[in-house]
Design a protein around this ligand. Structure first.
Ligand code: DQA
Length: 149
């Protein structure tokens, strides 16, 4: 059975390409999804790719993905605000990679704290749109290691 992986995106990421391009780049979320789907097809992964602007919607997506083999999540602004999202991620037993296009640690003070970072397996930040395929590769490595172990 192919490994099931979910890539989940939080608020405002639907605007990638036009939103603050000097920070987030010009690649759209649809282009990111295509790159991820191409990699998933090559690696034989069953990929779900989703985006929502609402906090509850993102929590529902995390809960739906709990049965998957791995999750990549860009929680966007909810990284810095949401105890409820953190609790949803803490309830996942599969590996979770938190992803940011920018490097929040190098930005405004309010982005330096993350509710989600302590409950995820690892973080990829600062590599722009390429971070998504990097995260997917990292997740694949974690899933393969788990299957071997
Ligand atoms: C972001 C960083 C967050 O601080 C910000 O609120 C976002 C995007 C990133 O991908 O760099 O919306 O998660």
């Amino acid at each position: 059975m192919p490994a099931r992986v979910a890539i989940l995106n939080g608020p405002n990421l639907n605007l990638l390409g036009e939103r603050e391009p000097e920070v987030y780049g010009r690649t759209t979320l649809a282009q990111i999804e295509s790159a991820c789907r191409a990699l998933a097809d090559r690696e034989g992964l069953d990929l779900t790719f989703a985006q929502t602007n609402s906090e509850g919607g993102l929590i529902d997506l995390v809960q739906d993905a709990r049965a998957a083999d791995g999750i990549v999540i860009n929680p966007a602004g909810y990284t810095h605000t949401s105890v409820a999202l953190r609790d949803a991620l803490a309830a996942c037993s599969c590996p979770v990679i938190e992803l940011h296009l920018s490097n929040p640690a190098a930005r405004e003070e309010f982005r330096h704290s993350s509710f989600t970072a302590p409950v995820v397996t690892g973080i990829i930040a600062g590599f722009g749109a390429d971070g998504y395929t990097m995260a997917l590769r990292a997740l694949l490595g974690l899933i393969n290691t788990r299957q071997e172990g």
